[in-house]
Write a protein that binds this ligand. Structure first.
Ligand code: GDP
Length: 365
């Protein structure tokens, strides 16, 4: 399963946030594909479309889709030199598909900062630099292998060398691989290197309770936003402490608490949605009287493979998909009305499933 790793320096609020994630906790029985591991938290993806479909179909059961956050502890300066926990830290990052980087943007004199003061950009750079140095090593090793062949005009080696050289230059300027402009072909080569700084990142600015509603006065957040914009990354503002309180409530209590705080959507929900998007994930739905359910696919997935997410038999025996777009179904008011309006299409093997599609698969067993 795809997972996004939570990283950050000590004392920035990682554990508090991760606890909120596990507390909000999805029933893992519903999600057999998810990992059972104390460092993995399964989150359900909030989706108002699922609520609407539930109202319309009135099923016995509604199941949101879910994915994973992995708590990656133990970053220390010098990780790239393979000191102590450092190596382990890097190998954990290698296994995740995207990174949520928590940075401390709250002042609290009772909570020491590892570097003595609050400075989110310096913090970001401490971690990024370790990842960049590890990638530099990867690239230099590879250069050692292909440089000679590139000099002998081996076409493939020349193409790879060009990419490696671009990456090396970026790393020497302390820029991550994701900031390097590459052609489609070059990107393929770069992907093969499994670089840490190629993984998409979002920054999670952890602010104090009293600033959550209005962060305009928080210059730390401002700086993180500027920094993130510079590398094309997104920023989510949360207050980890409040999130851990929200996570303990359920249903109505939760709504009330959010209303009291004057918050429309919890920071955690925003984070979940942003991480889902960052992973390149999309949602389609199945809707029947028994169950209305959301399913996760990579964007660009074709109908048979999308069916395979439900069951491998669905993929193997795939015949056709009956598909209606979410907006069309809502506008029609019911599945039978959508059919009458000609909004339900029959699609074949080559159909690329779109985010929000409601699908009924036909298959041979
Ligand atoms: P970690 O080392 O990054 O996992 O950080 P923790 O989650 O353990 O948090 C370190 C300390 O900061 C704990 O005492 C938390 O209660 C506190 N903390 C975390 N988030 C917030 C916050 O949003 N506001 C305030 N005031 N304290 C926080």
């Amino acid at each position: 399963a795809l997972t996004t790793g939570i990283v950050g320096l000590p004392n920035v609020g990682k554990s508090t946030l991760f606890n909120a994630i596990t507390q909000a906790g999805a029933e893992s029985a519903n999600y057999p594909f998810c990992t059972i591991d104390p460092n993995v938290g399964i989150v359900e993806v909030p989706d108002h479309r699922l609520d609407k479909l539930t109202e319309m179909v009135e099923p016995h059961k509604t199941v949101p889709t879910a994915f994973e956050f992995t708590d990656i502890a133990g970053i220390v300066e010098g990780a790239s030199k393979g000191e102590g926990l450092g190596n382990k830290f890097l190998s954990h990052i290698r296994q995740v598909d995207a990174i949520s980087h928590v940075v401390r943007c709250f002042q609290d004199d009772n909570i020491t900062h590892v570097s003595g003061s609050v400075d989110p950009i310096r913090d970001i750079q401490v971690i990024n630099l370790e990842l960049i140095l590890a990638d530099l090593e990867t690239v230099e090793k590879r250069i050692g292998r292909v440089e000679k062949m590139a000099r002998q005009k081996d076409k493939e080696a020349m193409a790879e060398f060009e990419v490696l050289d671009k990456l090396r230059t970026a790393f020497e300027e302390e820029m991550p691989a994701r900031s390097v402009e590459l052609t489609k072909e070059q990107m393929k080569i770069a992907k093969g290197l499994h670089l840490l700084t190629m993984k998409p990142v979002l920054y999670v600015a952890n602010v104090s309770e009293d600033e959550l509603l209005d962060v305009s006065g928080n210059e730390y957040v401002q700086k993180v936003r500027e920094f993130a914009a510079g590398e094309g990354s997104e920023v989510i503002v949360v207050c980890a402490k409040i999130e851990s309180e929200i996570a303990e409530l359920d249903g109505e209590e939760r709504e009330e608490f959010l209303n009291e705080l004057g918050i429309e959507e919890s920071g955690l929900d925003q984070l979940i949605k942003a991480a889902y998007k960052l992973l390149g994930l999309e949602t389609y739905f199945t809707a029947g009287k028994q169950e209305v359910r959301a399913w996760t696919i990579h964007s660009g997935t074709k109908a048979p493979q999308a069916a395979g997410v439900i069951h491998t038999d669905f993929e193997r025996g795939f015949i056709r998909a009956e598909v209606v777009a979410y907006d069309d179904l809502i506008a029609a008011g019911s599945m039978s009305a959508a059919k009458d309006n000609g909004k339900v299409r029959l699609e074949g093997k080559e159909y690329i499933v779109q985010d929000g599609d409601i699908i009924h698969f036909r298959f041979n067993v």
